[in-house]
Design a protein around this ligand. Structure first.
Ligand code: ATP
Length: 372
């Protein structure tokens, strides 16, 4: 899959910009605060209908303007698809093939992207939210059903938490209504848990192979899903539901006192072991970085395995954060295979030597010029 054209209109510090990309590696070079990350953000937003940097859509609209628009042309093995997204006071509008998409779940998945930024090196050591977001964003792009289940789960969770909060504060207390919400939540939760377990198993296979290559065969990487119940191999949905029901029964009184849902996929995490020891606790900084890199590259391979297409890779100022060995592995893994967008103040020595014919764009104060 690739993004062949991108046009920005009043997006961040871009007035009107039209760009043509190559299938291989595209590089955005420029000094600080010129608009390099804004370009990556626009590609990310075109793919996922949201920014990776802000929850406030208004931030994306150029100051003093009323509407921001991104249009792009996607090429994959089925042909070409125009996509567009715009943000205005009326809200967000997403179009595929010039047709309005009322639900974002029908829009997301047209363009698959994987973003790798310096913060992702914290994937291993960071808070559980970082890893949950990693699962949800990458997995959601390759599995529409999962995307729908996640948004359904969030909605029911919000209702259930609101009801529990009111309960804790002495408001309405209808046990039957609460039971209905609990049942609905457990139903979706069990599907999410099974999907995440499957996803992590597949990701482990890919990431372990890459980790071994980067660490020269000496280390084995394994992933361990942490959820409210213990998920056995080949578990069925009704078994997960039953196990979850027991957890909810156990938590019932506490939930009513605390006014919130204490267990479920919103509290999940996964642990990354290297040679059977939790790399977040026992690993060196180098091992943690190798594991993070292996997980990201593993995702790329998994997306290819699941969708038949490689995603587009966005590397936001990440090369200079990696040592020569890890940079080499990263570039060799993607070259000639994955369309990639790199931002950097300047290319690293390793990148200059390894990248064959990059297309270079010079970014200056919201203007982009192709380097001849
Ligand atoms: N909504 C907006 N309207 C106009 N300009 C904006 C808007 N949002 C951000 N900017 C401008 O965009 C610039 C930042 O661009 P960007 O984050 O892409 O920097 P960068 O080139 O990636 O720099 P660095 O290498 O430091 O990360 C800043 O000058 C900021 O003032």
């Amino acid at each position: 899959m690739e993004l062949s054209e991108l046009s920005l209109s009043h997006f961040r510090n871009y007035d009107q910009t039209d760009l043509h990309f190559q299938s291989g590696i595209n590089v955005f070079l420029g000094e600080n605060a010129q608009g390099k990350t804004n370009l990556l953000e626009s590609i990310y937003a075109l793919a996922l209908a949201r920014s990776h940097r802000t929850k406030t859509d208004k931030d994306l609209i150029q100051w003093g303007q009323k509407e921001a628009k991104i249009t792009g042309r996607i090429k994959n093995r089925f042909g070409q698809t125009p996509l567009s997204l715009s943000w205005s006071a009326k809200g967000k509008q997403a179009r595929v093939n010039h047709l309005d998409q009322s639900r974002l779940s029908t829009y997301i998945g047209q363009l698959n992207v994987i973003l790798f930024a310096p913060e992702d090196l914290d994937l291993v050591k960071g808070a559980p939210t970082v890893r949950r977001r990693f699962i949800d964003i990458e997995f959601g792009q390759m599995n529409k059903l999962y995307l729908q289940q996640s948004s359904q789960y969030k909605k029911i969770l919000k209702d259930r938490n609101a009801y529990l909060k009111a309960w804790a504060q002495g408001g309405q207390r209808d046990q039957i209504f609460l039971d209905v919400l609990t049942e609905q939540l457990i139903d979706v939760a069990s599907q999410i848990i099974l999907a995440r377990q499957k996803f992590l198993n597949k990701l482990e296979a890919q990431a372990n192979q890459i980790h071994q290559e980067v660490a020269s065969q000496k280390e084995v990487l394994t992933l361990h899903y942490q959820t409210a119940i213990s998920v056995e191999e080949d578990m069925q949905k009704d078994q997960v539901q039953e196990a979850l029901s027991l957890v909810f029964e156990k938590n019932a009184d506490r939930e009513k006192r605390q006014g919130t849902t204490l267990a479920g996929p919103h509290r999940d995490d996964f642990i990354i072991d290297v040679n059977q020891a939790n790399v977040a606790v026992f690993g060196s900084q180098g091992q943690q970085r190798t594991a993070a890199l292996a997980l990201k590259l593993g995702e790329i391979e998994l997306m290819h395995q699941e969708t038949g297409e490689y995603p587009v890779l966005l590397l936001d100022d990440v090369l200079s954060e990696l040592d020569a060995n890890r940079q080499t592995h990263l570039l060799m893994a993607i070259q000639d295979k994955v369309q990639t967008f790199i931002t950097a103040p300047s290319l690293t020595e390793v990148a200059r030597q390894l990248i064959k014919e990059p297309k270079i764009f010079i970014v200056k104060a919201g203007h982009v010029q192709v380097e001849e």
